[in-house]
Design a protein around this ligand. Structure first.
Ligand code: MG
Length: 234
């Protein structure tokens, strides 16, 4: 049998290079640090907004215990005090009882611990899960390096924030999340401001979900949340 070695070897090389490029994660550039434009004062809910957490009443929320937790009930167990709720590590994430996040404007204020502990993903980690979209990362990204699509303002492992607009650890920060759910066909579109700075600009996601839950992550760090409201689009 006549064997044409060089073309065959080139073919193998081509195959291996295709596999290598598929296995490579997307390379992002580091978001530039910019001045945040939020002073930490609670932002009043506009007319027509639904209050999801007012700093006192957590009755619209339930616990989602992890398999290994002793208490498997959905009794709400995060700390509620001084006008905020705080993650109780190993209590599990919390969820709204009702999927009320349709199209509209979701406002959430959050603070990572003032006492800085840990590094990278281990510092002030929580997260915002809106039904139909990847986690919007909550992290202390003030002078805390991690992978860019895992820092504050990122859609986790999907897209980094356009810039790093973090305030100092312990200071109140805010997300303003503008959601346009897909009507009949086409994607849903999400735009996010962190501390009044654009960090996600019309990100598109497959649009099957019409009304989603809102869930907040227990990532073992005592992150705080307050003043959560949603104003449905007209
Ligand atoms: Mg997280």
């Amino acid at each position: 049998m006549k064997f044409t070695f060089i073309p065959f070897f080139s073919f193998l090389l081509l195959l291996s290079s295709v596999n290598a490029s598929e296995a490579t994660e997307k390379v992002w550039t580091e978001p530039v640090v910019v001045e945040p434009k939020y002073d930490g004062v609670p932002v009043a809910a506009p007319a027509g907004a639904v209050i999801l957490f007012d700093g006192v009443d957590a009755s619209k929320w339930k616990q989602l215990p992890r398999k290994e937790d002793a208490d498997q009930t959905d009794r709400f167990r995060w700390k509620v005090e001084n006008g905020y709720m705080e993650v109780v590590p190993r209590s599990g994430m919390i969820s709204l009882l009702q999927p009320v996040i349709t199209s509209g404007h979701l406002h959430i204020e959050w603070a990572t611990p003032a006492e800085v502990k840990g590094n990278g993903q281990g510092r002030g980690n929580s997260g915002i899960f809106i039904g139909g979209f990847p986690e919007l990362q909550v992290l202390d990204s003030y002078e805390n390096k991690t992978y860019f699509d895992g820092q504050a303002g990122a859609f986790y492992k999907h897209r980094p924030p356009l810039v790093n607009a973090c305030r100092n650890p312990g200071e109140w920060q805010c997300y303003d999340i503008h959601i346009e759910r897909a009507k009949t066909a086409g994607p849903s579109v999400v735009t996010v401001y962190q501390n009044n700075v654009l960090v996600q600009d019309h990100e598109k996601f497959p649009g099957e979900v019409k009304a989603g839950l809102l869930q907040l992550q227990d990532h073992l760090n005592p992150v705080r949340f307050r003043n959560i409201w949603f104003k449905p689009a007209p």
